[in-house]
Design a protein around this ligand. Structure first.
Ligand code: GLU
Length: 266
């Protein structure tokens, strides 16, 4: 099993790392500069080893709420969009400052599902991202929340990260979350829940494990991650769902350690 995982890691050159709001903001308490700094350090080490890394990061709404002194997440979608527009400024500022410590430039890229579905925009986005990677710049990608509301309502960027993986034909999509990975049942309720270490992306039984029968697509829960892995598999991208709070997580994963859940394309 170790050999198989090692091979997957060694084949990984282009990586998309997705971090969700709860991680970036330390459960909603403003942007977690320390956590972002740690990921920046690890990404800089991966770049030095020859990997290409793109980051998909949420956190704009949470940061916007903080800046506007809103203590409760509003239900009005336009208020959420406005908060995202305010917070995006702080989000990219923290990434830029964190990566600058390692001499690396970042680039702000705001995309939507519809952009990627349009042929010309898709080509432009792909060409820009590829140029940024050649320049050793780390793209910091978020949904353009001013013009769409998909990830605000459903995904917390899981789907966007998978579409980006398709766009750049990434080898690996790492979804960093606040849980250890995908479990056979909900680990918060079932002490016997088993971590799924390997599975085929797109296996329908994963959707049942992640969401339970009849569940709807929640905002950034496991179901959207399992569905993202299915989408990512269309470009033969392996998805790893794992905890962003694990020490040195990115370096350990790409040194071949078995951590979290690997959803592998058929
Ligand atoms: N794009 C949004 C953000 O960066 C999605 C996450 C959310 O709905 O909180 O905040």
């Amino acid at each position: 099993m170790q050999t198989k995982q090692k091979q997957i890691s060694e084949g990984a050159q282009r990586i998309v790392v997705k971090v969700g709001s709860s991680l970036v903001t330390n459960n909603g308490e403003g942007l977690d500069h320390v956590a972002i700094g740690r990921w920046a350090e690890q990404v800089s080490q991966l770049l030095a080893q020859g990997f290409e890394v793109l980051m998909v990061s949420s956190g704009a709404i949470a940061e916007g709420m903080q800046r506007l002194s809103w203590h409760q997440r509003p239900s009005d979608i336009h208020q959420l969009q406005a908060a995202a527009a305010v917070g995006q400024m702080g989000l990219v500022q923290v990434y830029e400052t964190s990566f600058a410590r390692f001499g690396i430039h970042t680039a702000q890229v705001l995309l939507t599902n519809a952009d990627l579905a349009n042929q010309e925009r898709n080509w432009n986005a792909k060409a820009t991202l590829q140029t940024l990677l050649k320049l050793k710049v780390v793209p910091i990608i978020n949904e353009n929340d001013t013009v769409v509301t998909d990830e605000i309502k459903f995904g917390d960027n899981d789907n966007l990260a998978a579409l980006v993986a398709n766009l750049v034909e990434a080898d690996t999509l790492v979804i960093l979350t606040d849980q250890g990975g995908l479990y056979s049942t909900d680990p918060r309720q079932d002490p016997n829940a088993q971590l799924i270490t390997h599975a085929k992306a797109g296996d329908p039984s994963l959707e049942l494990m992640a969401g339970g029968a009849g569940s709807s697509i929640g905002k950034g829960g496991m179901l959207t991650k399992v569905l993202a892995a299915k989408t990512a598999a269309q470009s033969r991208t392996t998805t790893i769902i794992t905890s962003g709070r694990e020490e040195n997580i990115l370096n350990r994963l790409f040194a071949g350690e078995s951590i979290g859940s690997r959803l592998i394309p058929e």
